[in-house]
Write a protein that binds this ligand. Structure first.
Ligand code: NAD
Ligand code: WQD
Length: 340
């Protein structure tokens, strides 16, 4: 049985990916420092899969501590989710973002070299396409002009991994650029569990729908889009998780040292369409008002899905209605999120 080390595997996307890996016959070892997730996730994963996964509470920047994981387990592939991801926070504490995101990636790479582990999947982001609005974004679209330190960490790590792969020809690296992951596992037992007031649209809408927050502010209604609100490529987190399994399988057979794939649906949904879809899922109105544009937002962002479809065999199965209904189930079953 092939073993995948999932760093950040206690987080939102990582936890869903652990399930998909398990369902596809992989053994999984999770490393997470719990900086943005709760230990209860591991109990929930056990409820869903019937298996208790090996878990290490370790900061991936600490190569000496992380070495133990490689010593105690025969790791075949790594998926590196561990990282800080709040765009606004990255503007206030950029050094923490650069040191955590880049430092953890470098420590993982050093250990992959030391232990002869060749396959790596890295969580990149559509944010590397920067402020361009030349949609759909293909994997060849120009990169850079990122609008915040978080985005630059992803851009820099992609470059570091290209250089790393050049220096070690046995390495097989997959850069996955996610668009907007939303939704939750069908069980309602795991989902997105942000600390404090959410910054992102879906967690915010969920809390308004659930009555914890009063009203959604729609950031801008004067964009050059059909209804004036921004278009995004929302992708169901369970589809995204499947994409990681496809990426691992692809790395097991490819000759290419670095491969890049967008993971999205290829479809743009406006903020107002998302609100309407959520209203349908929860069965009541979601109070919203229109406010000014949010600095740094672009009008439109969606993926070309052609390469992922043709090369990885990945195609998202779920649409906006399933994203909203699963989000709502997670919200109603866990109105306060998970306990620490
Ligand atoms: P998340 O915060 O829910 O998960 C990340 C996990 O990594 C958390 O459990 C956190 O505790 C852990 N972590 C952070 N730094 C660590 C470190 N140094 N050592 C060990 N563990 C550490 O975030 P997510 O939404 O699941 O995102 C996972 C990855 O995907 C991140 O790298 C993120 O940048 C990337 N990504 C996310 C989105 C998104 O919208 N959610 C979009 C594109 C890319
Ligand atoms: C979506 C739309 C907002 C909140 C972010 C990161 C990106 C990637 C995915 C990691 C926008 C609007 C939002 C609200 C609103 N993450 N909105 N009211 O900004 O597309 O992408 O997550 O890599 O890097 O930037 O996602 O969910 O914040 O916003 O009107 O209260 O919803 O203006 O149009 P975004 P989001």
């Amino acid at each position: 049985m092939s073993t995948v080390l999932v760093t950040g595997g206690n987080g939102y996307i990582g936890s869903h990916t652990v399930i998909s890996l398990f369902e596809n016959g992989y053994d999984v070892v999770v490393v997470d420092n719990l900086s943005n997730s709760k230990m209860e996730v591991q109990n929930r994963l056990e409820k869903i899969t019937g298996k208790r996964f090996k878990f290490y509470d370790i900061d991936c920047c600490d190569a000496d501590k992380l070495r133990v994981v490689f010593e105690e387990n025969k790791i075949d592939s790594v998926i590196h989710f561990a990282g800080l991801k709040a765009v606004g926070e990255s503007v206030s504490i950029p050094l923490d973002y650069y040191s955590n995101n880049i430092g953890s990636m470098i420590a993982v790479c050093r250990l992959m070299t030391e232990f002869g582990v060749n396959n790596l999947v890295f969580s990149s982001s559509a944010t590397v396409y920067g402020s361009s609005e030349d949609v759909p974004f293909t994997e060849e679209s120009p990169l850079g002009t990122c609008t915040n330190p978080y985005g630059w960490t992803k851009w820099m790590i992609e470059q570091i991994l290209r250089d790393y792969a050049k220096s070690e020809p046995s390495k097989r690296i997959c850069l996955l650029r996610y668009f907007n992951p939303v939704g939750a596992h069908e069980s309602g037992l795991i989902g997105e569990d942000p600390r404090g007031i959410p910054n992102n649209l879906f967690p915010y809408i969920s809390k308004v729908a659930g009555g914890t927050l009063e009203c959604l502010t729609v950031f801008g209604d004067d964009y050059n889009t059909p209804d004036g609100t921004c278009l995004r490529d929302y992708i169901h987190v369970v589809d995204l998780a499947e994409g990681h399994v496809k990426a691992i399988k692809f790395l097991e057979k490819t000759e290419d040292s670095v491969s890049v794939f967008n993971l999205g649906t290829g479809k743009g949904t406006s903020v107002i369409e998302a609100v309407k879809a959520f209203e349908k899922a929860c069965g009541h109105e979601i109070k919203h008002v229109f406010g000014p544009r949010r600095p740094g937002d672009i009008a439109v962002c969606y993926a070309s899905t052609k390469k992922a479809e043709e090369v990885l065999g990945f195609k998202a199965r779920y649409g906006i209605d399933e994203m909203c209904s699963s989000c709502w189930k997670w919200q109603t079953m866990n109105p306060e999120g998970l306990k620490d």
